[in-house]
Design a protein around this ligand. Structure first.
Ligand SMILES: Cc1cc2nc3c(=O)[nH]c(=O)nc-3n(C[C@H](O)[C@H](O)[C@H](O)COP(=O)(O)OP(=O)(O)OC[C@H]3O[C@@H](n4cnc5c(N)ncnc54)[C@H](O)[C@@H]3O)c2cc1C
Ligand code: SF4
Length: 324
């Protein structure tokens, strides 16, 4: 691994450096990028470090939004006392381990590469398996008859931010504006981000939610710490009397992109019941595609999405009027 490290101090400078060096990569905390580079996944000769970019820093609450800089570390997010109104976000930030969270950033988490057991391996291992479609090879070992990559997006923050109505600000050679966080992704394990060359994720903003929006996040993973989610579910809901009047579900770990399901309140006028919950999990089940990309079988991860969705909806519904 041999590269030059450039350290811009502004977003404009970072983007200009990327335009001058199209093969360069942005480096935030490096907790995803560096292990991949060590495995020979990519070999940029220049890394553009984002640590000194002031535009990416800080958490601020003003007007109608809570704004989080893309360079805010997960430890800073965790320590910012966001619980209560942003329950899904404060639960989802339990990512990797404490040491990694000191370096890992929000932007890096949202721009995480997709993962697969045939991809996140040493170059030697991948070479012995004739590589694969995602990098250096021509066959997908998970679905050899197709020409698609099914590597899974496995970031924790995206589904939580989705159910909370987040938007991202992307700045680049031809971009500067806010868009729904879902628009950052598309369903392609080879290239799951919609960012154009040079685009920089600058910030995330969340509408300041009212206290009646209850939200949470649960994930399934092999160990209760450090491991990536093999299926993760975020839920946000509003309860009025016995009825659920607003219900959103976000899912990670099953597809090349995180998924948002909105407007799911059908049949919930008397609260969660078996028929309504089955209808919701059926709708979600039609969209998720957990493949043989992890150590746990796709069918198990599919069932976990159902279990976690049902558990979160009923728990949040029963949570009562929460006081911060
Ligand atoms: C042992 C281990 C366990 C982990 N467990 C989890 C887990 O449980 N859940 C989870 O979600 N993640 C996990 N991770 C992955 C990673 O630590 C986190 O996702 C982290 O938040 C990535 O942030 P980073 O700043 O280190 O990103 P980096 O590694 O610096 O960057 C990741 C990617 O994002 C791009 N990028 C970074 N910032 C920007 C930006 N502002 N604009 C455009 N592109 C950008 C980089 O070019 C790179 O492609 C784990 C990692 C390890 C090593
Ligand atoms: S899903 Fe297929 S193409 Fe994608 S990383 Fe895995 S083996 Fe490679």
């Amino acid at each position: 691994m041999d590269f030059d490290l450039l350290m811009p101090t502004s977003a404009a400078e970072a983007i200009a450096l990327m335009q001058e060096n199209p093969n360069a990569r942005y480096l935030a905390g490096g907790t995803d990028l560096v292990p991949n580079l060590r495995r020979g996944i990519g070999a940029p000769d220049i890394l553009i470090g984002l640590d000194g970019v002031e535009d990416l820093k800080g958490i601020s609450e003003g007007g109608d939004y809570l704004t989080l800089g893309a360079g805010v570390t997960l430890a800073e997010l965790e320590g910012s006392g966001l619980s209560g109104r942003y329950g899904a976000l404060s639960a989802a930030v339990d990512i990797a381990g404490p040491a990694l969270r000191q370096a890992a950033t929000i932007g890096g988490n949202l721009c995480l590469d997709t993962r697969c057991i045939f991809y996140n391996q040493s170059k030697w291992w991948r070479n012995a398996n004739q590589y694969c479609l995602k990098l250096d090879g021509d066959t997908c070992h998970v679905a050899p008859k197709g020409q698609r990559c099914h590597a899974a997006f496995s970031g924790d923050l995206a589904p939580a931010l989705m159910v909370l109505g987040a938007e991202v600000r992307v700045v680049g050679p031809n971009a500067d504006g806010w868009k729904p966080i879902s628009d950052l992704y598309h369903e392609d394990g080879l290239a799951h981000l919609t960012l154009a060359p040079g685009d920089l994720l600058v910030a995330v903003r969340l509408p300041v939610v009212s206290r009646d929006l209850r939200s949470g996040y649960l994930k399934s993973r092999l160990r209760k710490a450090v491991d990536f989610p093999l299926a993760g579910v975020a839920v946000a809901l509003r309860r009025e009397g016995d009825a659920i009047t607003d219900l959103r579900v976000g899912v990670t770990g099953t597809n090349p992109r995180p998924l948002l399901f909105d407007g799911l309140v059908g049949g919930m006028d008397q609260g969660p019941n078996d028929d309504a919950l089955s209808a919701i999990t059926k709708e979600i089940g039609q969209m998720i595609k957990p493949m043989r990309t992890t150590n746990l079988p796709g069918l198990y991860r599919r069932q976990m999405v159902t279990v976690l969705t049902r558990r979160l909806i009923t728990d949040l519904y029963d949570a009562g009027d929460r006081k911060e």
